[in-house]
Design a protein around this ligand. Structure first.
Ligand code: ATP
Length: 271
């Protein structure tokens, strides 16, 4: 693990829904500027972990620190201001908006002219709008949607919606980007394109955490991987060591943990 202080640090993070523990006492450190994978079988607690880090859901216990600051109880918009932004497993977009308008919603906090400013200086307002639009168009070019600025969201393909969600998240200028199953439903060409965007963002210094089921995608991108199962962290390390981990293999193959000892024992006995 790098010596750099983690940009994101979870300690003892737990989330209960009634009797169900969706995330159980999880510790997690994410090194700045890296691509970190968060994997695990269905229902392992990955999206809930993102909800907790982004502030969509409150923790039941534990602390979340971002860039040395305790953000555990900050509301979503203050975490976005601090530099945390996420995408959702199912893109959450407004169907009636255009692609450009959608990205501009992410620029909201960067717009310099508030209501009073716009009343007293129409010139400044127009300049500000032009600047925000320029940034939004650059982001659309980055995600390959530059020809679609005026297209209405309802007319977009699934892959385009995923890319648009990335552009909207980037519009907030995050330092930590949480991508929830960003490659799901994409064809191989689109998947490789999105992987390229992620590599480029990380090369520019952004920290990225990926929740993903596509192992090839994870293995090809991540420096480090954390594995959850039934809400608990069962492994953490470089991708190769994690994929060879017995507990991880069992979690993915769905064998009950009580199987582990006899199977290992049997293997030893059979040389
Ligand atoms: N709002 C909620 N109320 C009750 N239970 C919830 C809620 N959100 C998640 N859960 C439960 O918490 C557990 C973890 O769910 P979560 O969606 O975080 O898993 P996941 O690892 O992201 O799964 P998947 O890979 O299938 O998306 C599941 O058992 C789920 O049913």
């Amino acid at each position: 693990m790098s010596n750099a202080a983690p940009i994101l640090s979870l300690r003892g993070v737990t989330r209960r829904f009634g009797g169900l523990v969706a995330v159980r006492d999880v510790d997690l450190d994410v090194v700045p500027g890296t691509i970190h994978g968060l994997i695990g079988p269905n229902g392992a607690g990955k999206s809930t972990a993102f909800d907790l880090v982004s502030g969509v859901t409150p923790v039941s216990a534990g602390t979340i620190r971002f860039d040395g600051r305790d953000v555990t109880h900050l509301p979503v918009h203050m975490r976005v201001e601090a530099g945390i932004c996420r995408t959702f497993q199912t893109p959450r977009l407004f169907e009636a908006m255009t692609v450009l308008e959608t990205v501009l919603t992410g620029r909201h906090r960067h717009a310099r002219c508030g209501f009073l400013g716009s009343m007293f200086s129409l010139g400044a307002k127009a300049r500000d709008e032009a600047q925000q639009t320029e940034v939004a168009l650059r982001l659309l070019a980055l995600v390959g949607l530059d020809g679609e600025a005026d297209t209405t969201v309802s007319g977009l393909s699934y892959g385009a919606r995923r890319k648009l969600e990335i552009a909207r998240a980037l519009a907030t200028e995050p330092r930590l980007l949480l991508l929830d199953e960003v490659a799901s439903g994409l064809n191989p060409v689109e998947t490789e394109f999105v992987a390229g965007i992620i590599r480029r963002l990380a090369a520019e210094g952004m920290t990225i955490v990926l929740v993903e089921h596509d192992m090839r995608f994870i293995m090809g991108l991540c420096e480090r991987v954390t594995v959850l199962n039934f809400g608990a962290r069962i492994a953490d390390g470089p991708p190769v060591s994690v994929t060879g981990d017995e507990a991880v293999i069992e979690a993915y193959l769905g064998r009950p943990r009580t199987d582990a000892t006899p199977r290992r024992e049997a293997r030893r006995q059979h040389g």
